[in-house]
Design a protein around this ligand. Sequence first.
Ligand code: NAD
Ligand code: UDP
Length: 331
Amino acid sequence: MEEIKKALVTGGAGFLGSHLCKRLLADGYEVTALDNLFTGTKENIYELLDDKRFSFVLHDVTQPFWGQFDEIYNLACPASPIHYQKNPVETTKSSMLGTMNMLELALKTKARMIHTSTSEIYGDPLVHPQIEEYWGNVNTIGLRSCYDEGKRVAETLCADYRRQYGVDVRMVRIFNTYGPKMHPKDGRVISNFIMQALANRDITLFGNGSQTRSFQYCDDLIEAIRRYMDLSEKKIASFFGGKEIDGRVTPAVPVINTGNPGEYTIKQLAEEILRQLPESKSKIVYRPLPSDDPKRRKPDITLAKALLGWEPKVPLAEGIAKTIEYFRSRR
Ligand code: NAD
Ligand code: UDP
């Protein structure tokens, strides 16, 4: 009989972590979700608790954690600017110490690991769209730095644990991802705008709304992460390390962007949400732009496409409709 694979998902009660746990259970895994519930909720994982193969551990990743797993998915870290700026020192610690603790676990137990990095490591990018080779334009001492620099040093740790100790760790730089199970008070733009429109409150557009983002639906991301984890180390070695792929040269260590390259201004996003909720009495109001808010963001996904045979499937309008449905059903 084939042995059941064991997966550890840090940040497993969060928005993306809970989707990943559900997918892993559907794929036949035994799943442990580890979370300190800083921004995650038990509600996100209620539907999984009846499954005997699922367990939840209340734990802070800044403290070491031991257990035998085949695969580690490292997601623990608040991701919304308002939350990660609430306790910036903890944010950097969650990213840096949390990643180091998971790398130690992977090293000692020979587990394979995926680390979730972010488009924020490119900062306010001077290269557009963002390719993996771009080193970024990041403020070290601003309000977003706790997250950006925490995530950057986490990438450095992953690269060095791989080079120095041979840990099989892969990194994915996630561009703005949204969908059901985002917390209604998450504070990120899509949940904010939908919640505001449903409650007939003002839609708070920061700056003049001309800054852009590219929005990926959660299911597309989870598919990419699962395909990435399933690749053999041989396949990873044959792809990364300066190989020429579709006009690009691959990074020294395994790191890929995932996102939906469709690029929208934040004003267009607000208009799309209001278009889908014509009964809403909300008006767009303008608020100051937060400091260091990136002006443009769009992923180049050439490498993810070539490596994973993957590309995002869910267009913005469809993903927004599903997300509106979720928030409506929760009210
Ligand atoms: P989220 O805030 O919903 O999830 C993060 C989870 O980590 C929460 O459940 C939170 O309680 C948990 N957590 C935070 N600090 C912890 C700690 N010290 N110990 C244990 N658990 C802790 O956000 P999300 O959107 O699901 O993000 C998940 C991961 O994906 C994060 O690492 C984030 O940086 C990354 N990411 C997300 C996006 C996106 O657009 N959603 C974009 C880029 C990167
Ligand atoms: N934003 C906005 N109104 C809000 C929340 C966010 O206009 O209520 C803007 C924000 O300034 C940024 C974009 O939407 O330009 C995306 O913000 P989010 O916090 O979702 O993610 P990030 O800035 O980390 O990409």
